[in-house]
Each structure stands twice: as structure tokens, then as C-alpha cells.
Design a protein around this ligand. Sequence first.
Ligand code: ZN
Length: 300
Amino acid sequence: MLTSLPLKLMIRSAGYCVHPEWLTLKGGSLRPVKFPAGYACLLHPVHGPILFDTGYSARFFRETATLPNALYRYITPVHFREEDSAAAQLQQEGIAPEDVRYIILSHFHADHIGGARDYPNARFIYLDKAYAAVRKLGRFARVKAGFLPGLLPADFAERSLPVSAAATIGGLDSTAKPAASWAASFSPGAPLTPESVYDLLGDGSVLAVELSGHAEGMIGVFVSTTAHDYLLCADTVWSSRAFLEQRPPHPAAGLIMSGRLDYKRSFERLQALRAWHPGLRIVPSHCRIALDNWGKGVLE
Ligand SMILES: [Zn+2]
């Protein structure tokens, strides 16, 4: 097991957008493909339900009703009904929005932070530079960066627990030091060094790694259930096919990336992780195959 505490895991999606496939997959077709807005709910024995991203919410439509934000929805048409929200789905599973105490934000694109306001008691965990990269942008630059600040709660700053390389997370006994089990699993040739792993909750249960490129400061998290290890890799790739078949996105997709070189590095890191740990279940946020494989029930 890659982490020191197994969790239970739910992998779901809340709404979807439509893109031509060629944009996200080298040699992909012209036809529009649905990209589900994935999120995960980690069931932690002490902290209760913890979200990794939130998917879309109805607020996306309100926030993109007028220009310049409306450009966002012209470029990526979004399909969402109220019952698709993560909050509504969790409610169906017996988890009230008030019960969610932590939300890990992989990055600040609208399809990841869309439901952030639905959880009044949640504190937000993210890499500090991911927010720093978008929070001061002007009206147009924000849209180009895929960031709609109105999706975040008004008291976002007070409820935030940003992570930086050297720092501890406020309120949580967390450091950038990896869990003992993780450190022990590093062998020569492992594609990550222990120093590059963030122990988000301080108990070794949720281990984050930076995967910049798609967005500055984007993180993925390693979590383990009793049966399997998972890497929730956010948007490092858009689909499992991209890394299974070694097909990175079309260069035009670079327009919406924060850094092409970083993207390439993160893509290669994913390949290396897969080679290093073939049993690792890599879950991209927008991958239909991953959702079909692991998106039902509770993974234990
Ligand atoms: Zn994104």
C-alpha cells in the first residue's frame, strides 16, 4: 500500500462539457466527445467525507451569463442538471453537505471548483501557488485561465489551508514529509522523491504530488483502499488512453495550458509512475473509462 491508512473511495462526476476529441488526444477524431467533470469523495475514518474537487454546479451558468465570462461557455459547452451536482449525489448516499469538512482542490479551473460553495463547513486544501497564479488576474486573463472567482465562497481565504513546500497546513498537523510507508516504498528508480510528496492530512492517508503544466500548481493525490492504490491525477491527462497509448494532446491544447514543458514533464512522470507501480489505478478527472471502471459504489 502506498499510503499508511486505507480509506474508502467514491469516484463520480458532476456534469460534463463537450470538446472535439483531437484537442485532447493526439490523432483523436473531429467529433465532439463528452468530458465528465470528475470528483472523488474520500471516506476518512477520522475526518469523515473529504472531497477531491467538486465538478460543476448550476452557478457555472450564472457566472458565465455575461461577457467576458460567457466566452468560457462558448468554448466549452457545459451540460448540467441540478441533480448532477456532487452535493445532490452525496446527499443520495447519505452524506450531507454540512458533513464535508475538507475539500482538496487540484487546481482552480471552473469544472473543479464549481461546487465549492455547496459545503458551508468545508476548509479548502490546495497548493498555494495554484491559487496565487489565478487570484490576481484581470477579467479577461481569468477567463483565459479557466478561473471564475464567483464559484468560490466569499470567505474562501478564511477557510483555506494552503500548502506550500516548506510549510505546515494551518490547523492540521501536516508537513511536506511523506508518510513512513511511502518513504519505505521508494526504491532506486522511483519516479518521485520523498521530498516531493505532501502529506495533506498529516496522517499519511492522502499524499499529494505537484503535477503542474495543465495548470500552475496543480496537484494529484495518492490514496489507498484496502485493495488498491489510486492516483487521482486531475487533468495531467484528459483520458486514460492518452497515457496508455502515449498520446499527449494536440499542440493547440497548449493554448489553455499554463506551461507546455511542465505539462510534458508531468505526462512523463505519470508514465514513469505507471511503469514503477503497474497496479496503480490512475484516475484522470475527465476520463470516461476510469469512471466506467471504478465510478460505481464505494471502493474498499
Ligand atoms: Zn483543468
